[in-house]
Ligand binder design. Structure first.
Ligand code: GAR
Length: 204
């Protein structure tokens, strides 16, 4: 079944671009109906426009508090008939309305529950992994709840951390893995093959 996807982002939108590639090649049964950004200047909005996808800015700094910001985000999303919300480098905590429990996904560039939580995004993650001396890192795709990087884990895979790694070289290896794993998880959702029981996600 083809699903209607809404994308939330805050930055450059390489994750969005990757998903658009999968959809264009017929490898992901979905259509991105809208892209909402928490920053006006996010390049991800430009990528959406180039693909004729409605691109909406809800600048976080223009809202007094978290609730008002979230209400504005959901007002935009609710205008579309969405099956799934995909976080693609969205750097804010999201309110999860009841009807979207287990219908919002995030990708995190490490093995949750390590190297995650508030402030752990993008390069901060890879720096922390290298500084700690961890030998493996990886990618986690999970459903979103109202705690950072916390909801039920859908798919998780590891990559090695090499002695010679810099945050940049590790990021590259992790992101290559993200580019496979995120579309795979979304496709499983589209095929109705994810069953959630508490914290556990079963792939049918
Ligand atoms: C991705 O690498 C994603 O794993 C990370 O942000 C990047 C977004 O890149 N997400 C997190 O760190 C979430 N905690 P993009 O803006 O180019 O799509």
């Amino acid at each position: 079944m083809s699903i209607n996807i809404g994308v939330l982002l805050s930055g450059s939108g390489t994750t969005l671009e990757n998903l658009l590639g999968y959809i264009a090649r017929g490898e992901l049964d979905g259509a991105i109906q809208c892209v909402v950004s928490s920053r006006k200047d996010a390049f991800g909005l430009e990528r959406a426009r180039r693909n004729a996808i409605p691109a909406i800015a809800v600048p976080k700094k223009e809202y007094g508090d978290w609730q008002a910001f979230n209400d504005a985000i959901w007002r935009e999303l609710d205008a579309y008939n969405l099956d799934l919300i995909v976080l693609a480098g969205f750097m804010s905590k999201l309110a999860v309305p009841e009807k979207f429990v287990n219908r919002i996904m995030n990708v995190h560039p490490a093995l949750i529950p390590a190297f995650c939580g508030k402030g752990m995004y993008g390069h901060h993650v890879h720096e922390a992994v290298i500084d700690y001396g961890a030998k493996i890192s990886g990618v986690t795709v999970h459903f979103v709840d109202e705690e950072y990087d916390h909801g039920p884990i859908i798919l998780q895979e590891c990559v090695p951390v090499l002695d010679t790694d810099t945050p940049d070289s590790l990021a590259e290896r992790v992101q290559a893995k993200e580019r496979e794993l995120y579309p795979k998880a979304i496709q499983l959702f589209a095929e109705g093959r994810l069953r959630v029981d508490g914290r556990k996600v079963y792939v049918l």
